[in-house]
Design a protein around this ligand. Structure first.
Ligand code: HEC
Ligand code: HEC
Ligand code: HEC
Ligand code: HEC
Length: 450
């Protein structure tokens, strides 16, 4: 009898230990989000002050704060504010007549967003001028926005001028831009994203957690425009988020950001379409990888495991950013270098083609006998070619987020630019307009507009 009791007892102990080990292993493998949060202080809905949230989540807060002082550059990006117009003066010509030809700096860390938008020379703070900067430009720069959008609505927000909005904006990007207080789940905070998804019959509340780890970035890292006199923030996604669907959208609307001086082309400026670019069938997107996997990898600090909120170029920490999935992170970084070098070189060829087209269209437009229909066709191709180039150029990964897509778009853009040049030459029947390499012959080279 005693023998059986001992065996049964030993059995129970073994079983219990196994269950305990199982539970521990399960807990260890759970991503941090799945664990219950210990919240020391209660955070009110849409609290703009990240330091208050930081009392509950010191690791996320301390890593977010690092984005303020990050300053290391990589070959094509990184965290300093180098000037794109100095790095690639062709862009001065491409953006001529538009504020981007005055000031166009590389992006830096999230906590600088407010300071940087206030410092850019692209602002027009003269409210008497019909072209003054609208409040809409604050949309992606501050954790005060979710509260303001709820309180006064985005329509009223966007009707105000940048100047008028300034006293309401006191905080840079923070927790309230990405999280719901209390539950800490990732949310869509920007009404323009909500509306753009709805227009495609999608509801972010139905998305999986892994999908939200990408969609939360689409609150800001997207192509957008200001609709109508109310400067209503709108994503051009009603036909879809693929580049041709976006161009089709702008064509149907007849929208232009500015008119190119002398050439009179109605131009489009692409913003920072990381979301559209990455999700257009890239290898990583198709494999279910999210923006946060590479830009916010899990890190450990003592016993705590959490998502690094120190968002920057993954080339600065490839072991963490890529090493979770790729055993050889040095190899994949070399692949990135090759991809980026190829895209950067081809991008310059595309810029040269567009500059040749601009030159030809300007010369043709100055000729009173030009065939107006042909010239308009040339302008339309210039408009499309430049938007396509800009879609790749303004996307901040120098092609890496979707290498095949980048090369395909640049090839098509170059082709359209050369066709535009040809039509311009035909419109005045002057084959000297087929001159190539115009930029290289320019002396002196253009400098940023005043
Ligand atoms: C597979 C990994 C990976 C994924 C997924 C990914 N990125 Fe990147 N991202 C990179 C790499 C690599 C670069 C290039 C960095 C460089 O040139 O220094 C980059 C560059 C960037 C940059 C510019 C960084 C800088 O230093 O200026 C931004 C912004 C960015 N990504 C946002 C996003 C967004 C938004 C998403 C999702 C829509 C995303 N990324 C998805 C790897 C990734
Ligand atoms: C730019 C968007 C963004 C901002 C700003 C942001 N977070 Fe996060 N946060 C994320 C993402 C993405 C995750 C990963 C969520 C997941 O895996 O479900 C995350 C995860 C978390 C988690 C879950 C645990 C973990 O580390 O994965 C906590 C807690 C958290 N963040 C707190 C904060 C706090 C506090 C702030 C402000 C100090 C903040 N976050 C700012 C995007 C953001
Ligand atoms: C509320 C708007 C907003 C959201 C949400 C947001 N970003 Fe950003 N992001 C910005 C702005 C604005 C900048 C440029 C700030 C500057 O230059 O001052 C930026 C810059 C960056 C950079 C460049 C950092 C550097 O050091 O050069 C990366 C990388 C980046 N974001 C990735 C992401 C990823 C990944 C997500 C989603 C997890 C995300 N962002 C969500 C607005 C946002
Ligand atoms: C969450 C997992 C994950 C992360 C993180 C990740 N990758 Fe990948 N990567 C993949 C998968 C899956 C593939 C597709 C593999 C395949 O098809 O063989 C892939 C493929 C690639 C390829 C080959 C793509 C092609 O089209 O040939 C490169 C290059 C690459 N990754 C670079 C990187 C770099 C650089 C980083 C970090 C910045 C990174 N990856 C981070 C999962 C990841």
């Amino acid at each position: 009898m005693k023998k059986y009791t001992t065996i049964i007892l030993a059995g129970i102990i073994v079983l219990l230990s196994a269950v305990l080990v199982g539970v521990l292993v399960f807990m260890k493998n759970q991503p941090p989000q799945e664990r219950a949060f210990q919240q020391l202080v209660e955070i009110k809905a849409m609290e703009p002050d990240s330091s208050l949230w930081g009392q509950n989540f010191p690791n996320q807060w301390s890593t977010l704060q690092k984005t303020k002082t990050n300053n290391i550059d990589t070959t094509y990006a990184g965290s300093s504010q180098f000037s794109w117009l100095e790095k690639d003066p062709r862009q001065v010509i491409l953006f001529w007549g538009y504020p981007f030809s005055k000031d166009y700096n590389d992006d830096r860390g999230h906590m600088n967003a407010l300071e940087d938008v206030r410092a850019t020379k692209r602002l027009n703070l003269n409210d008497e001028d019909p072209k003054h900067t609208p409040a809409t430009c604050y949309s992606c720069k501050s954790s005060d926005n979710p509260g303001l959008w709820t309180e006064i609505g985005m329509e009223a927000y966007d009707k105000m001028s940048f100047n008028e909005m300034t006293p309401n904006i006191n905080n840079t990007i923070g927790c309230a831009n990405c999280h719901e207080a209390g539950t800490m789940r990732l949310i869509v905070t920007n009404p323009a994203l909500d509306e753009a998804l709805e227009a495609q019959g999608k509801h972010w509340e139905d998305f999986t957690r892994q999908e939200m780890r990408t969609v939360v970035c689409a609150n800001c890292h997207v192509e957008y425009y200001f609709k109508g006199d109310g400067k209503y923030l709108t994503f051009p996604w009603a036909n879809g988020t693929e580049i041709h669907q976006i161009i089709e959208y702008y064509e149907e609307l007849g929208f232009k950001d500015w008119e190119y001086p002398d050439a009179k082309t109605p131009m489009l400026k692409a913003q920072h379409p990381e979301y559209e670019f990455f999700t257009a069938g890239s290898t990583h997107y198709n494999a279910g990888v999210s923006c946060s996997d590479c830009h916010m990898p899990y890190v450990s600090e003592g016993a705590a495991k959490f998502s690094s909120h120190d968002v920057h170029s993954p080339l600065l920490n490839p072991e963490q950013a890529c090493g979770q999935c790729h055993t050889d992170s040095e190899y994949v970084v070399r692949r990135v270098n090759l991809i980026q070098e190829q895209v950067a070189n081809i991008k310059i060829d595309t810029e040269n083609a567009i500059i040749d087209a601009i030159n030809a269209i300007k010369l043709a437009a100055a000729n009173p006998n030009a065939d107006a229909a042909l010239l308009d066709q040339a302008r339309n191709l210039h408009r499309k070619a430049q938007f396509m180039w800009d879609f790749v150029s303004a996307e901040n990964s120098t092609g890496f987020h979707n290498p095949e897509y980048a090369l395909k778009i640049l090839a098509e853009s170059t082709n359209l630019a050369r066709q535009a040049q040809m039509l311009a030459a035909q419109s005045v029947n002057d084959m000297t307009l087929l001159e190539t390499g115009v930029y290289d012959k320019m002396d002196p080279k253009p400098t940023p507009a005043k």
